[in-house]
Design a protein around this ligand. Sequence first.
Ligand code: SF4
Length: 464
Amino acid sequence: MNFSTANLVFDPEIIRRFDVNGPRYTSYPTADRFVEAFNAEAARLWLSKRNIGGISRPLSLYFHIPFCSTICYYCACNKIITKDHGRSAKYLKYLAREVALQSSYLDGEHEAIQLHWGGGTPTFLSHDEMRQLMAVTRQHFNLVEGGEFSIEVDPRKVDDATVALLGELGFNRMSVGVQDFDERVQLAINRIQSEAETAAVIRAARQNGFKSISIDLIYGLPRQSVAGFEQSLERVLEMDPDRLSIYNYAHLPSLFKPQRRILEADMPSADTRLQILALAIKKLTDAGYVFIGMDHFAKPDDELAVAQSQGRLHRNFQGYSTHADCDMLSFGISSISKVGPTYSQNVKTLDEYYDRLDAQILPVFRGIELNADDILRRSIIQALMCHFELSIESIESAHLINFKTCFAAELEDLRSLQTAGLVKLDDEWITVLPPGRMLVRAISMIFDRYLRADQQRTRYSKVI
Ligand code: SF4
């Protein structure tokens, strides 16, 4: 299936040719480049000098709730499967300690314009625990009126009363996991979720004043077919979400144990995956959604689409965002913070997390302080991923470099993509052309210094 929309051309032949293993660039450098030499003390220092020069960037807060009561076989998240709700009570106690500790070191304003609860399953928490976590947050941070406060919701775990409570706590954005409504696929991934319970959550969210509702789908799952996915898409479109994400399932059973319960024989062929993706893009763009980048779609009046059209779109650990200049403080196991020119990541297990906090130490186990080259390349990758174009002049004046000299090898590598019609190069701009938009990760990888030095790309999933 070949087709084009206003800003996108889908050409399976081109995709097959240039599809390579690569990262998703929710950060640059990517987390696997973080080092243990950047430790809790380094993170503490950066929190305490956040306000250097008198500029205090607004804050974005992320809370990782790792618990889930059942396992989805495709899952690659850092989660803990348990039916014991007592475990979240202890976790919340320590989460509160971490909030207090980070906040005590934090220089500058404590104003947060964004907040996100992710997981795992944030709605694993009881109503009291949700109230408690929000109260602790508000004790240490000022959640700014009109900010973006979002939560990931598993419709199988949420009733109307919970959605009403979330609204009361201040949440105004919701992301709803669906993946696929096809019952055969749901059985193969161990995630049985009816259309009715999903629709009920979305209805309740609208009644409780949620401003933007996003639905997450995955393509490439076992037993998926083009016809089955088309029906799922139709059912999803009837729910009229403001945004949609269509993620590519990365089948890496050697890295992620739950995926070993997926039968290889059930996996769709590479051709079927491409056909499903092509169908999804066509159906969503025909339905009026704007292709934001990589795997996101939004209604034209959704703030994500508006931010992209105004050149304000940014990329962070939650994907695309409208707030570019935030410092991100993250809490909970495995979560990643971004403060000034640094990233730091928390320990990944509960025991380590509790031990560090018992000792009143930030639970950071690795991170990185970006050098000038990292910052330069991060701006380039951000521009390509978010805006599909790069102004050479603005990069030169912001970073005081000569682009052609600094990136001679990269420009040379871009030539084959130019010949294939994926990018346009001239003296002033690098532009990702419509056929290259689906391959923007592969194009961005050319500017990744770490990947250039390390051609071993097998650890990443295919970009499509
Ligand atoms: S996909 Fe989400 S709900 Fe399922 S196991 Fe993973 S984190 Fe939990």
